[in-house]
Design a protein around this ligand. Sequence first.
Ligand SMILES: C[S@@+](CC[C@H](N)C(=O)[O-])C[C@H]1O[C@@H](n2cnc3c(N)ncnc32)[C@H](O)[C@@H]1O
Length: 360
Amino acid sequence: MANKNLNQAKNAKKDEFYTQLVDIENELKHYKVHFKNKTVLCNCDDPRISNFFHYFSYNFEQLGLRKLITTCYKNQNRDLFCQNDSERAIWLEYFGDRNGNRVPDPEEIGIHYFEGDGDFRSKECIELLKQADIVVTNPPFSLFREYVAQLINYEKKFVIVGHQNAITYKEIFPLIKENKIWLGYGFKGGAGHFISRYEDTATAGDHREGMIRVSGVNWFTNLEIPKRNEELILYRKYIMEEYPKYADFDAINVDKTSDIPSDFYGVMGVPITFMDKYNPRQFEILNCCEPCIDINVLRKREGFREYPSRQRIYNGKLCQKTYHRILIRRRQASQSQLYAQTEMSMPMAAEDPKAYNQNQ
Ligand SMILES: C[S@@+](CC[C@H](N)C(=O)[O-])C[C@H]1O[C@@H](n2cnc3c(N)ncnc32)[C@H](O)[C@@H]1O
């Protein structure tokens, strides 16, 4: 249901939902070492209402920041639910507390007017981006691809909110695979509540007044965090019948990250939620795709549901596509051990970019 909210936001370009201070604090407490002497840019944030501006201005001294820049898109009115109806926007800069009261007072905040509308892609905004060391915000989901591409292009460090489905985007996945982006600590229970006027379709238990619940939301970053070094404890044993092979990729299917077998060194397809547990020293990422499994194999499995829309013929056999899978491989074993154990050929199909692109 909550994904419906996000899809609605994406389709209708409804990007007006706002991050709670508590969620920002919960994530950024893991990154404090990175901020000393740094210029932080929040470039999708009306500084007058953004909790990102609030967090960095109130924690300016504690983090040891050099400068905070916050830019607003179009709107100049002090209204949380931005109508984007004004063509000129403002940007603020803050150099920290000057009068010793540890509060960012209005006279300590420099207000500047953009010539244009404050679009993060505009020349003026790019000039501010160039000054920044670290960009931190929740950008418009509808422009996530472009937003990340710009950060990578200008070689910026960042911590930003996005949806886990972005992992599968053909512009984003190569960055994940090459360890140029990874997931942060995330939202409690894999879902975030955002301040919004959009209709909330969350169930009664999950509903919070004035908010929408978005499941699958996460933080994307390229800043080093301890979480990346934590090893995933594997306790399941590999049993051939429990891990069917794909018909179109030389790999086995693993439905849940916790089911990754401890004694298997071949290629495995795991759900995208695996990225939350990914340690690049433990696993290698090979591809992202929607592989298919022989329907006769699936029909023998308990609780199996047929989805005719996901079925297709592969090599003369009726198969059903899984949802997106990340193809991974354990790093510990040597290549020869790896292939001797699994009797698999080198995963050419798994590494074939053409096959990957066709699945996008
Ligand atoms: C998901 S909201 C998050 C707002 C704020 N960063 C927060 O987390 O509370 C995304 C924001 O990006 C703004 N936005 C949309 N298109 C933009 C653009 N092209 N350039 C800059 N900001 C944009 C929207 O007005 C919206 O306020």
